[in-house]
Every structure is written in C-alpha cells, then in structure tokens.
Design a protein around this ligand. Sequence first.
Ligand SMILES: Cc1cc2nc3c(=O)[nH]c(=O)nc-3n(C[C@H](O)[C@H](O)[C@H](O)COP(=O)(O)OP(=O)(O)OC[C@H]3O[C@@H](n4cnc5c(N)ncnc54)[C@H](O)[C@@H]3O)c2cc1C
Length: 413
Amino acid sequence: MSEDRIIIVGAGIVGLACADFLAAESHNVCVIDPDHEGDKASYGNAAGIAVTECIPASSPGVFWKVPGWLLDPLGPLALRWSHAPALMPWFLRFSQVCRSEEMNRISAALADLNGRTYDDLLPMLERNGLSSELKRLGALTVYETDEAFKKDKWEWDLKRRHGIECQELSGPQARELEPALSKIVQRAVFTPQWSQVSEPRKLHNRMMKNLRDKGVQMLKGKAIAVQIQEASATVMLQGGGSVSGAMAVVAAGAWSKPLAASIGDRVLLESERGYNTTLPHPGIDVTREIIFAERKFVATPIDSGLRIGGAAEFGGLTSAPNMKRADALLDLARAYLPGLVEEAGVQWSGHRPATPDSLPVIGHSPRSRRLIYAFGHGHLGLTQSATTGRLVADIIANRDTSIDLAPFSIQRF
Ligand SMILES: Cc1cc2nc3c(=O)[nH]c(=O)nc-3n(C[C@H](O)[C@H](O)[C@H](O)COP(=O)(O)OP(=O)(O)OC[C@H]3O[C@@H](n4cnc5c(N)ncnc54)[C@H](O)[C@@H]3O)c2cc1C
C-alpha cells in the first residue's frame, strides 16, 4: 500500500478535475476506471460552461408540465415504466423542491458554486495547455412566443438577483446575433457570462494525457465497494483485487450510489439520460450555444460540428438507449434552423448523474473524513468540474472552502 495515495474512483471530467487539482499540489494520485477512454457523459455533452444556470430542474412551472411531457412519446421528458417503482423516492424528493423556500435555498447554493467557475476553470485549463479551448461568446435562449417568455420571467428575475447578466432581445435582434435562426423566434435572452469549450472529448483526452505525464496513475478496474480503516481507505475491485491509500474520492458520476451505499451512506441519485446528434457539415453558421426554451433542447457549435441535443429520460443505468429521441430533437431543430444539413450526423446518448434537488454531492462522508464524495452534477458537470476539483483539494488539505458546503452534503438524503 502507498500510504499517502489518494484514490479517485471515476475518470469522467469530475474525477479528472479532482486529480488535476490534487496533482498540482504534488499529491500521489491514482484514478480507477474500468474504461478511462469510455464514452460517458463527460465526452458527449453539449460543451456549455453554463454559469448562469442556477434554477433547479424541479422549478414550480415544471412540475405541472410533467404529466403532459410523459404522455408525449418523444417529448423532452421520458420514463421507462419498468423503472418507475425504483424512481419513486427520488421523484418524491423532486416534487418537494419546487416549494419557494427550497427553490430560493437551492438556487442560492447553485449560484454560489457556479459563481466560482472561472476562478477555478481558467487555472485548470491553463495548467493543461487548454486555455484557447474556452470560447467566451455567451449564449442565446430563444422563445417562439411572447407568452412563454413572460412565463419564464420569474426565472430571469431570480438569475438577475444572483448577479447573472440577462439582456432581453427581440426576434430581429436575436437574428442579428445568430442569422441562421428562422423567423419563428420572437423573443430571446442573451447571457454573456455563459461560455463553451470547443470539444468536450478533446478536453477530457488532453487532461487524461497530461495527468499521466505528471505521474498520476490510471488504473483499470471497476470499484465495487469502499472500506475505511483507522489509517487508510481501501477500494475493492471487481474480480477480487483492491487498492489502498490515505483517502478515497468517489467521482463515478451516475454510478456512484452503490459505492456510497457500501459504507452505509444513502443518496438519491438517478441516471437522467440525454441524447444528441452532431452534424459534421451543418450547412449553416451558428456562433454560440443556442437554448430553445419551449422545446428544451440546445444547439452548440463545436469542433466536430453542430451538436443538437437535450432530453431527460429516466430508465436506470442498464436500459438500452432509444435513439429516436435524438431524431426527435433534430426534427425540432429544423423549424428553428432552416437549411440544416443532416448528412453523416453522429448520434450519442449518455447518463447525467441526477440528484432530485439539482445539487451535486460534494464533501466527506459523515462516517469518515477519509472518504470524499464528488458526484451528482446533473446537467452541469462540465461547468462545475473545476470548482469541484478545487473544493476536494481544499477538503483534503483541511483548508477553509471558498463556499459553504453544507447544501452539498450527502447527509441531506
Ligand atoms: C446530453 C447531455 C448534455 C450535457 N451538456 C452539458 C453542458 O453543456 N454543460 C455541462 O456543464 N454539463 C453538461 N452535461 C452534464 C455533464 O456531462 C455531466 O454532469 C458530467 O459529464 C458528469 O461527469 P462525471 O465525471 O461526474 O461523470 P461521467 O462522465 O459519467 O464519468 C463517470 C466515470 O466513472 C466511471 N465509473 C463508473 N462506475 C465505476 C466504478 N464502479 N468504478 C470505477 N469507475 C467507474 C465511468 O466509467 C466514467 O468514466 C450534459 C450531459 C448530457 C448527457
């Protein structure tokens, strides 16, 4: 056993960010994953550094739309009915979040966390020679109707209260920013603080290579349990092996729940599967990420093409993807982006690690300071990865953290 080793379980962007901040402080780090180069959420996401997103998924308006969405076979929300009994405790907690005092508490915590993004992301990108991969172009949220825009007004007002800059635009003003948009767009909001990376997969692969070069050990293996001893932490691997060190960090995205359960920590965590299609030659120019407010999907120009995606499907981690959802999102995009060339589109789906309150789990286990959690980032794992890495490094060094971690504790479950 290497006595000072810090073991990170999971090589998604959150695990790698934790490794990066710890390696920068000369810790002895080992990252365990069954498939380091696997095609998980951190590879195929929409590339947005969505610092403006501080409203939980279970906002008051959303809850009453759920039944209608579930009845639409290719709508923005789907449930595999065989998974419904297992989902029930998660869903009950989700339904409680839209109470106004909960909403305010959660959005303040999200704004706190997102507010740190650039302080932590810029140094992480710089350390990895990736600074030029960040495009600070803002994002455009577009509306088909004035009515829908007015219904969302409370969200924009709440964001403004958290220091988010929101510029309201008419349809023609939106088309000045993004001429590819059709006349269907009546209203828009420009959020200049939003940014994006040029290609999530490139960010992930480059960080993995740099960490290896810096001596971080990348160990192939599937963790099945964590055990804590008085002076060490041990990660048990499928097939019989184990890895021990001074501390363990669970950062296995949507797969983290059984690892927390293995030492008796309960968490409500579900896979919220998303879908997208990347069009390598889209035939139109889109400059920045566009969010289609009513239809709940996004289009982001990245190095490999125009990525059009969204959807939230609750079906557990083992159900097969339904790629018709990716097709349905392309169908929606046609009305907004005329002239879209769909040839050679590459479809993808991945599991967002979703908590019912939209807050990630960051902090140590109540059972031992040798076990730290860093998972459950839902729609914002790329955005919050660097700050999570910074916070984990601060916890391990026993430093004061830049934000209050109480809202992110696993004890809330
Ligand atoms: C369609 C879509 C669009 C998105 N768009 C955005 C966006 O624009 N901006 C944004 O900020 N976020 C976005 N997200 C969310 C973001 O991608 C995720 O929150 C983030 O990638 C989660 O990172 P992670 O490292 O926690 O998990 P993952 O990327 O899922 O990585 C988890 C890792 O743990 C490993 N693992 C699993 N089980 C074990 C085990 N037992 N032992 C060891 N290792 C294990 C897996 O192999 C994997 O490598 C999007 C997600 C989706 C699906």
